[in-house]
Write a protein that binds this ligand. Structure first.
Ligand code: SAM
Length: 309
């Protein structure tokens, strides 16, 4: 798999490599148990459908939490592309403020270290603003697109348009933070695309919206059948502008089995052999006197010290 870097990585090569996570739970990120269950459902369903071939794409990877998860569903002959600025300069001041405020410690090396803890090879990494994605990813090639990069309105509008260009027929497009109070620009962009841009709703969780550029009915019919059998997920159907939208809520769902590290974490540095306890304060003179002075002198000193107490 190739690497495409738009701008140089600013982390000095001499900087110590970040420690590898010992478990998936140690990878920082934002990926709830129930969105993991929904990703697993959509991606496993695609895997079971020989006709649904295609690549995977993630816009906004941070330290790799969702990318590591997604990478497990890559099949032979498919490509997984991840686009993130990591530690490269953002394209504008608003994005710079967003990056400084939300991801001040993010580095490309951190992502690489985390990803390679769970996978033999990196995905295709485009270290650049997501505005380049439509030029780097083949049109009509992706079966699953996760949009979780800049949360600023104009960037999300562009990411939505890129997803339309790269989506394979029937592709699932997932939007993070589509209704969060801190990023109204995502909601504005996504709902505008639904209202007038031809984006079709499949379902929503508390933090992600699942959509497609094609007919959502096959996804929704299979999803509702699956949800009927789940007691750990609540669901209902709303009708928006004459079209159904499946709402899904968490009723104590447990995340799928997490990705496992390829290699056991290195043992902690061997503990130094336990030292013999040091001398008690005041004990030193006694040992010295015992070693060097004739016993009769030592006894006289001890007698004098006792008399003084
Ligand atoms: C919310 S985080 C991604 C979280 C990740 N998907 C997870 O589940 O842990 C958003 C990411 O988008 C990246 N980002 C922000 N603006 C960007 C832009 N204009 N182009 C590319 N990446 C951007 C940030 O560097 C950050 O890593």
């Amino acid at each position: 798999m190739s690497h495409v870097s738009q701008a140089p990585v600013t982390t000095p090569d001499a900087a110590p490599a970040p420690p590898a996570p010992r478990a998936y739970s140690e990878v920082k990120g934002w990926f709830s148990a129930y969105d993991q269950v929904l990703f697993d459902w959509f991606l496993t369903r695609q895997a079971d459908d020989a006709a649904q071939r295609g690549d995977l794409l993630e816009l906004g990877a941070f330290m790799g939490k969702s990318a590591i998860f997604l990478g497990r569903y890559l099949r032979d002959g498919e490509e997984f592309t991840v686009c993130d600025l990591f530690d490269s300069p953002p394209p504008d001041d608003s994005n710079l403020a967003e990056m400084r405020g939300s991801y001040p410690t993010l580095t490309r090396r951190g992502f690489d270290t985390n990803y390679l803890t769970f996978h033999e090879a990196l995905p295709t990494v485009v270290q650049a603003p997501t505005s380049v994605v439509a030029d780097r990813v083949r049109p009509d090639s992706c079966r699953f697109v996760h949009i979780d990069a800049s949360h600023l309105h104009e960037h999300v509008v562009q990411d939505i348009e890129s997803s339309r260009i790269v989506a394979a027929p029937g592709a699932v497009i997932v939007f993070d933070d589509y209704r969060s109070a801190h990023c109204p620009g995502v909601a504005a962009a996504v709902w505008a695309a639904v209202a007038t841009g031809g984006l079709r709703l499949i379902c929503v969780s508390a933090s992600k919206l699942y959509a497609t550029w094609d007919d959502p009915m096959p996804h929704q019919a299979a999803l509702l059948t699956w949800l009927e059998g789940r007691t750990d997920l609540w669901h209902g159907v709303d009708v928006i502008d004459g079209r159904p939208l499946v709402r899904i809520g968490d009723e104590g769902v447990v995340a799928p089995a997490p990705p496992q590290p390829l290699r056991a974490a290195p043992e902690p540095a061997a503990a130094a052999p336990a030292k013999a306890p040091g001398p008690r304060p005041g004990a030193g003179w006694r040992r010295l006197a015992k070693d060097l002075l004739p016993p009769v002198v030592t006894r006289a000193i001890v007698a004098r010290r006792r008399a003084r107490r």
